[in-house]
Design a protein around this ligand. Sequence first.
Ligand SMILES: Nc1ncnc2c1ncn2[C@@H]1O[C@H](COP(=O)(O)OP(=O)(O)OP(=O)(O)O)[C@@H](O)[C@H]1O
Ligand SMILES: [Mg+2]
Length: 256
Amino acid sequence: MQTTILVENLSMVFNSNEGMVHALEKVDFGARQGEFFSIVGPSGCGKSTLLRIIAGLLVPTGGGIAVNGTLVVGPTPDVGIVFQNPVLMSWRTILGNVLLQAEVRRLNIKEYRPRAMDLLKMVGLSGFEDRYPYQLSGGMQQRASICRALIHDPSLLLMDEPFGALDALTRERMNLELLRIWRESRKTILFITHSIPEAVFLSDRVAVMSPRPGHIEEIVPVDLPRPRVMRTMETQEFTRLVPRIRRLLRQEGSID
Ligand SMILES: Nc1ncnc2c1ncn2[C@@H]1O[C@H](COP(=O)(O)OP(=O)(O)OP(=O)(O)O)[C@@H](O)[C@H]1O
Ligand SMILES: [Mg+2]
């Protein structure tokens, strides 16, 4: 299988006013085409930094990344990003925010409008198209930002704790929705989360990161059958994997 993301010997040192921050050290992993690959790790271990580097939004201080066989040297094309915070433009409507991604990519807006409406419907935001971000809750804003990341149908989706601000029920619904999108579109998804059960439920493999400077401690394969349904969480394999990953994080001296 072709490797979609290849990260080799990656390190990142930030030079800030308070001194040097060694965020990532010798990060190595590969995510296959069409794979659902999750990363769990303690707060501050460099997960968002890693995602920003893969997206080409940040230049690493060491090592390299290739996406679809091409070395990343600037913003990665054909990628959708869901950031930890929704970062919507306050002066644009929700629909305008979703369509922004299409505008930036010089796509035909008329063509993408129905798709934007469908995506908003899918995440339960029908009727909110003409509202402004401040009129929506944090969770609703985050759902809009997921639509924005999907509008141009990218083959690679980078998601940084996308469901962290959602209530438990909406989060479960979004997990199932995401799996459906992934299954139907065969996207490669790199998913960052603080929730071990969420990572196990969604993923083909879960990478466990160490505290800062972050590196990949272990990659755990998840051999649960698909399609995954809520009952998957009651299976023996699921209830075996979750504590195993929790133990790995504990060994690293940190757990949420
Ligand atoms: N632009 C920056 N300048 C200086 N330090 C930074 C910068 N961005 C991140 N850092 C530092 O790098 C480390 C990793 O940050 P990062 O946001 O990647 O962590 P994280 O694993 O995503 O944490 P969380 O789970 O809380 O979101 C932190 O110590 C952070 O303070
Ligand atoms: Mg983060």
